[in-house]
Design a protein around this ligand. Structure first.
Ligand SMILES: Cc1cc2nc3c(=O)[nH]c(=O)nc-3n(C[C@H](O)[C@H](O)[C@H](O)COP(=O)(O)OP(=O)(O)OC[C@H]3O[C@@H](n4cnc5c(N)ncnc54)[C@H](O)[C@@H]3O)c2cc1C
Length: 413
């Protein structure tokens, strides 16, 4: 085959794009994974990265399936065995415990860079001399043009490539989505998430903590150093734009004091805060996930509020379902890039993602409201969930990503 012609070009070697490449390794298709940033190996001794993901059990199964899990375990990760969610305005409190649910753990915290590294390595490392997947970075895509039977991609250096299928895995500002003319619906929460690594006086007890305040949720997600120190957490603090700017402008000591207070000193005082970063919070949903020879996955198709830590987990399932549909078509000797194959992917994922998106917006509104009736409703709802085990088990299954139409690769490690 011409070295400028590919079966699939995946634009974006983030967590979601790299998983798709790794899942298609045995397809025999010629695949190019493109990334605009340099992908480099993390070290155990690196400082914690500010962006981390709370992976569900379904996502962990996917990562095990493609052989990325051992790289993650050899670098750094933190399994959490409990989750505590509570309402700042009332008595509502729900505690999930892995043992009570018959599980070893509820999920695993992994830094995004570690995930990306493990997945790109799983995709490109091969036992055969002529691997079918290659990674090219850094590259800058400047144009996407429809030819009669393929898409043509043009790069900043003038090089041109062709692909039968272009997958946009290039995040919320997806160039593939924009260049292929797929529209999006956007909701601006007018909020900003502050993220940082902190060290707390008391150990985090391998628990994911989240306090809902009218101003927005505050999460403390457990991290563990390679030496086993369990006093570090990654915080995600959602706040209105103005308040976020005030908090970002504080010096470290003042920020640590306010953070400890907002967290009700649940883990004692906040002893140390690393550099703070912030992200505007927007929900975004592509009006279509596919068009002729194009498929969108991950944040390119949908971006949601981080309050339930579902974003990357939804994206990994998109990748798994798209891979499953392509492999299914190949096995049946039908066109793997046809409209009907791509539409099957879209049908299996879009309605589910829409439901989660709407639920997150609903939860965000419910917990930011101070109307007495809603306050009562959410506190009663939390108390009921806490005391009624079958309902709690159902919530936990959703939180662990084990509910709904799962691809085989997410079920079997
Ligand atoms: C504050 C915050 C906290 C979050 N916490 C969680 C959490 O705990 N759990 C969770 O599940 N989700 C969380 N999320 C959401 C999660 O980070 C995203 O859903 C996830 O990063 C999406 O992965 P992706 O691979 O689709 O996109 P991205 O992570 O955005 O990756 C896209 C990749 O494409 C590359 N790229 C972009 N444009 C181009 C181009 N033109 N050419 C080539 N490459 C390109 C980028 O460099 C990047 O590597 C959080 C989000 C925020 C903002």
């Amino acid at each position: 085959m011409n070295d400028k012609k590919y079966d699939i070009v995946i634009v974006g070697a983030g967590m979601v794009g790299s998983l798709l490449a790794a899942l298609l390794k045995s397809s025999g298709l010629k695949i190019l994974l493109l990334e605009r940033a340099v992908v480099s190996a993390p070290e155990k001794s690196d400082a914690f990265e500010p962006r981390v993901s709370a992976l569900t059990r379904a996502s962990e199964n996917l990562l095990r399936h493609v052989g990325a899990w051992s790289t993650i375990e050899n670098l750094r990760s933190c399994a959490y065995t409990a989750m505590t969610v509570w309402d700042a305005d009332g008595t509502g409190r729900v505690q999930f415990n892995a043992r009570e649910l018959g599980e070893t753990h509820l999920g695993v915290l992994v830094e995004n860079r570690v995930l990306q590294w493990a997945l790109t390595q799983a995709a490109i490392h091969t036992d055969t001399p002529a691997g079918n997947i290659s990674l090219r970075c850094p590259v800058h895509l400047t144009a996407l043009e429809r030819l009669p039977d393929a898409w043509q991609l043009t790069f900043a250096d003038g090089e041109k490539l062709q692909a039968q299928l272009v997958v946009g895995a290039d995040g919320a500002q997806s160039a593939v989505r924009q260049m292929s003319g797929i529209a999006v619906r956007e909701t601006d929460y007018a909020q900003r998430a502050i993220v940082a690594t902190v060290r707390t006086e008391n150990p985090h007890q391998f628990t994911a903590w989240q306090r809902f305040m009218p101003s927005g949720p505050l999460a403390f997600l457990p991290l563990q150093t390679a030496e086993g120190d369990a006093h570090h957490c990654s915080i995600v603090w959602s706040q209105d734009e103005k308040e976020a700017q005030r908090l970002l402008a504080l010096d470290d000591d003042a920020f640590a004091r306010e953070l400890g207070f907002a967290f009700e000193h649940t883990l004692g005082g906040v002893e140390w805060v690393d550099r703070r970063y912030s992200f505007p919070l927007r929900a975004l949903h592509a009006e279509s996930y596919v068009r002729e020879g194009i498929a969108l996955i991950g944040d390119a198709a949908h971006a949601i509020h981080p309050l339930a830590g579902q974003g990357v987990n939804l994206g990994l399932l998109d990748a798994a379902v798209l891979a499953e549909e392509i492999m299914r078509a190949l096995a049946r000797d039908i066109s793997w890039s046809s409209e009907s194959t791509l539409s099957r992917y879209s049908r299996r994922r879009r309605a589910h993602n829409m439901l989660i998106l709407k639920s997150m917006t609903g939860l965000q509104k419910l917990f930011s409201s101070q109307q007495p009736a809603l306050l009562l409703l959410r506190n009663m709802g939390m108390s009921f969930t806490q005391s009624f085990l079958p309902l709690k088990q159902e919530f936990a299954r959703v939180a662990m990503g084990l509910a709904g139409d799962l691809p085989m690769t997410a079920k079997i490690p």
